[in-house]
Design a protein around this ligand. Sequence first.
Ligand code: KMH
Ligand code: ZN
Length: 272
Amino acid sequence: MTAIITVATTGPIATKADNPALPTTPEEIAAEVEAAYHAGASVAHIHLRDEAQRPTADLGIARQVMDLIAARCPILVQMSTGVGLDVPYAERARLVELQPRMATLNPCSMSFGAGEFRNPPLEVRRLAARMRELSVKPELEIYDTGHLEACLRLHEEGLLADPLQFSIVLGVKGGMAATADNLITMVRRLPPGAVWQVIAIGRASLELTAIGLALGGNARAGMEDTLYLRKGELTSGNRPLVERAVQLARDLERNVAPVAEAEALLGLPSAA
Ligand code: KMH
Ligand code: ZN
């Protein structure tokens, strides 16, 4: 069975002070995405930063990043609509108007570390409906057991197309802890035909990514989820983390999906 590898280059939290290799400018992000593509990633999960490295939903920066990536490689762009905790929901939602092939949909509000991640139910429904209209494939980010039920309700209402695509997010303070038990419980509860990957934050990232791949899931790798290659050793960029995920997949006898196969597995509508 084929595994889709997503690179998450940047995220909303770390800065270059945490790891100087973190890409934050549009050019740096596009270069890291291209390197990850050549290492085997077929999806790029994108967060944007302003000149002060703060998370932003600026449409000009988003357009620039999408154009720079498209000029370098045919990877599928998945825009984060999570963006960052301090960015208003309306700005976050507007990013899908640029019609990336995919975007995240965070179904529920929650505590997120010391902050609050606001995803009000009516706004989430509106964004899901708009993504469906624009043929932007949602990746459903589930940080806790009830988030899955919220997604299934959206599906029942006709707001989400099949196949449903989930990220099981483990290790966010405010969501499920990063344990194998939690992962297995969530995988068992997914609806038949769902496509899924593990997002494991920090220390547990490697082990839970490996377990996810062994259970038949896809994998995400990159500096959004961990800045370290191993304990005490900062990664020199996203590529080594992607290479490791690709190696894990291959060691488990999983082929790594090229872009065309990822498109088919995710049931993506064809490019505009
Ligand atoms: N940062 C992860 C915990 C999003 O960007 O919308 C989840 C994530 C979601 O990547
Ligand atoms: Zn993200």
